[in-house]
Design a protein around this ligand. Structure first.
Ligand code: B12
Ligand code: SF4
Ligand code: SF4
Length: 347
């Protein structure tokens, strides 16, 4: 349906609500996505994320997800760190938590903002209908954001913008309003391969294609059970997510400051020894309000033990030994591995 709201007005309101950038595309603007998603799933690159293989007809084709939608408003919200996110990798007795998880859970904050923009849209055009999505719905946010002109999918597969860098969260508002689509942005990766080269586990099958099963973000957050032994040394001290391919991207010199200070952690990384002592209740308390909480205490303990094993620090033998009789078999396996590795490091 034709609308009298201009995109400039929507953009202005979205910025007032806290978003850093906005763009519009049609729901049928990502015709290659379905096939690429199918290849990804057929090759098993999604690992244990079984939900990616469900509702593929919707995920790969936003026009099928909601046939009445006429426009997709894509929004980006900056969470640019104020410290060097890779500095913690040189502090083996600390646990590296990726930037996006150092502060408050973005899902809650972005969703509230999306709803605020959505409510405002309906006030301006009461005939409009909207649906808002962030992260967990069967919507491919990166190709949609690229189609809406916010940037391009870099070789690390994340959205990068010439004036945004890649430290942004994405969210979508589908609407029945007809809005003028933006032009997709050009790929500006050129000959650069910094993100592919830095990846500790060589998780990229090719530029623009990730095998999640090798990605530390997947292994530390999504993967249940023991991490394959050959990949454990490459985790280093990363205990929740990984920022290497994002942090190295040269376009971050144009990154915008985060508007939401609740995303900005103190930059202080937690001590592995302290984390190893957490029971379930203490874990929940420590990570209250953070996305880390969703991974659960046992998986975090597993990650902490791999980091202890990689630390070479003999003072971490005692905290690892204390977990040898943990009720969780995966934690016990990780404790044994950590102790064997520390013993080998002692020589
Ligand atoms: C599943 C998922 C993951 C998985 C898999 C990631 C992946 N790349 O597939 C795991 C757990 C590994 C993960 C990790 C991370 N994630 Co994640 N994740 C998602 C989720 C839920 C779906 C992504 C998806 O659809 N993947 C399936 C594949 C097929 O899609 P794709 O990556 O877009 O694949 C494209 C390319 O491969 C490309 N392609 C394929 N072949 C070719 C060939 C050529 C020539 C070209 C040009 C392109 C091309 O086309 C495909 C389709 O567009 C989205 C939220 C959402 N609903 O979209 C968040 C999301 C992508 N994640 C996000 C973040 C922040 C991260 C991490 C940085 C977190 C961290 N610090 O640990 C890491 C980054 C790791 C990385 N290098 O990608 C943000 C990214 C924001 C941004 N700037 O782009 C999102 C959008 C969440 C959000 N709402 O903000 N994530
Ligand atoms: S997040 Fe880390 S492990 Fe995953 S692709 Fe990027 S650099 Fe590799
Ligand atoms: S690091 Fe280089 S190749 Fe990777 S996304 Fe950034 S510009 Fe593209």
């Amino acid at each position: 349906m034709p609308t009298l709201i201009s995109k400039t007005e929507i953009d202005a309101f979205a910025r007032e609500a806290g978003f850093t950038a906005m763009g519009v595309c049609r729901p049928d603007a990502i015709p290659q996505a379905a096939e690429r998603l199918a290849t990804y799933v057929d090759e098993g690159r999604h690992g244990q994320m079984g939900w990616m293989a469900e509702r593929m007809a919707w995920r790969g084709n936003p026009a099928a997800l909601w046939p009445d939608a006429r426009s997709v408003i894509m929004l980006a919200e900056a969470y640019t760190p104020e410290h060097d996110p890779l500095a913690v990798l040189d502090q083996p007795s600390k646990g590296a938590v990726s930037v996006y998880a150092q502060g408050r859970d973005y899902h809650d904050i972005v969703k509230k903002r999306l709803k605020r923009v959505g409510r405002w849209l309906i006030e301006q055009a009461p005939e409009a209908q909207i649906k808002v999505f962030v992260d967990t719905a069967p919507v491919m946010e990166k190709p949609l954001a690229a189609a809406a002109g916010l940037g391009w999918q870099g070789k690390h597969t994340n959205l990068v913008g010439r004036d945004l860098g890649n430290w942004v969260f994405l969210g979508a508002i589908f609407t029945t309003l007809e809005l003028e689509p933006d032009k997709p942005a050009r790929d500006n990766c050129g000959n650069c391969s910094a993100c592919l080269d830095i990846c500790p586990t060589k998780a990229f099958v090719a530029p623009y294609q990730l095998d999640a099963r090798r990605c530390i973000s997947y292994l530390t957050i999504e993967h249940n059970g023991p991490v394959p032994e050959e990949l454990r040394p490459a985790l280093g001290n990363r205990i929740y997510g990984c920022d290497d391919c994002l942090a190295i991207c040269p376009w971050n010199k144009f990154a915008k400051q985060a508007h939401e200070m609740r995303y900005i952690g103190s930059g202080e990384a937690p001590d592995l020894a302290a984390l190893a002592g957490l029971d379930d209740a203490a874990f929940r308390l420590w990570f209250a309000g953070s996305p880390v909480k969703r991974t659960g205490r046992d998986r975090m303990m597993r990650n902490v033990l791999y980091a202890i094993g990689n630390s070479g620090r003999q003072e971490l033998v005692a905290p690892a030994q204390a977990l040898l009789d943990d009720p969780d078999a995966v934690v016990v396996d990780a404790a044994r591995w950590a102790l064997a590795r520390l013993s080998a490091a002692k020589g």
